[in-house]
Ligand binder design. Structure first.
Ligand SMILES: C[S@@+](CC[C@H](N)C(=O)[O-])C[C@H]1O[C@@H](n2cnc3c(N)ncnc32)[C@H](O)[C@@H]1O
Length: 265
């Protein structure tokens, strides 16, 4: 078996069972073997990712945090940004990235539809899917759609999940386009791993995934917390690679933050 295939299987097992101590123990044995064979780079990449995967923060945190914000503030205020965010996201996605109305679109961390409501009406019926960790924000978005005949006619779908379990919701290779604006800016590294591995299964081979981050390459992996998280893009590129993606750093765009493009490799 090729080493890369073996690593892929291990990372998949760790992703499925982050708390399983046997997998963790065996993986660390393998890391030691790789290291003693002089495979230092691979050993370190695997070690960093396994440590992150097996040190999960309380996943309730994301849900509680966003539900709490949504209940305390107006939903558009809870998800942040200015009132013209929907124009900016439309221009970026349609005019600059070439999103086609016939493409199947996944909005990860869709929130209150502050950003993507014009995308719902742009896409053909049935093509928009929004997911979020917060039931409160998804309920608000569903009400927002119900109040708009134009949006309702496109029959957008919504789901709530706290671990980006796309592959248990959607068939493989469903999506042409995925977008996560201002989501990786609020999660720990293990959630990025979850999102990338899960999304890899449901994205089409020619699909693309745009996600924003805050970049700080002076830290080893990340700094911050759920309120504002910064990532090192060397780590992000490595994590992307291990989960089947190639990362291209786009940088600043009209939607703000630091744009990353992931394409299946
Ligand atoms: C700053 S808001 C951005 C919302 C939207 N993308 C926009 O641009 O208006 C972040 C969104 O990500 C969602 N989110 C945060 N952590 C998440 C997670 N682990 N899984 C899914 N959604 C999450 C939040 O509930 C919230 O709706």
């Amino acid at each position: 078996m090729k080493l890369e295939t073996l690593l892929e299987l291990i990372m998949e097992a760790v992703a499925e069972n982050p708390a399983t101590s046997l997998i963790r123990k065996k993986t660390f044995q393998l890391i030691e073997e790789l290291r003693s064979e002089g495979n230092t780079e691979l050993a370190e990449a695997l070690e960093r990712n396994v440590r992150i995967r097996t040190a999960n923060p309380d996943m309730g945190t994301y849900k509680n945090y966003w539900n709490h914000l949504a209940q305390r503030l107006e939903p558009d205020e809870a998800t942040g940004g200015g009132p013209d965010m929907h124009h900016k996201q439309y221009t970026f996605l349609v005019d600059e990235c070439g999103l086609k109305s016939g493409e199947i679109f996944l909005d990860i961390g869709t929130g209150s539809l502050r950003g993507t409501r014009d995308i719902i009406t742009y896409l053909e019926a049935g093509n928009f899917h929004g997911m979020d960790v917060s039931e409160a924000l998804i309920s608000f978005s569903q009400e927002r759609v119900a109040a708009s005949p134009e949006m309702s006619s496109r029959r957008p779908s919504f789901c709530v999940d706290d671990r980006f379990r796309f592959s248990s919701i959607f068939p493989d290779k469903t999506f042409d386009f995925a977008f996560a604006k201002s989501v990786f800016t609020h999660v720990y590294p293990d959630a990025i791993w979850d999102c990338l591995t899960q999304l890899r299964r449901v994205i089409s081979p020619s699909g693309r995934f745009f996600a924003t981050i805050f970049k700080d390459n002076s830290v080893q992996i990340y700094r911050g917390d759920v309120r504002k998280m910064y990532f090192n893009t060397v780590w992000l590129a490595e994590t992307a690679n291990l989960s089947g993606w190639t990362l291209e750093e786009i940088g600043n765009t009209r939607v703000g933050q630091y744009m990353c493009l992931f394409t299946p490799n």
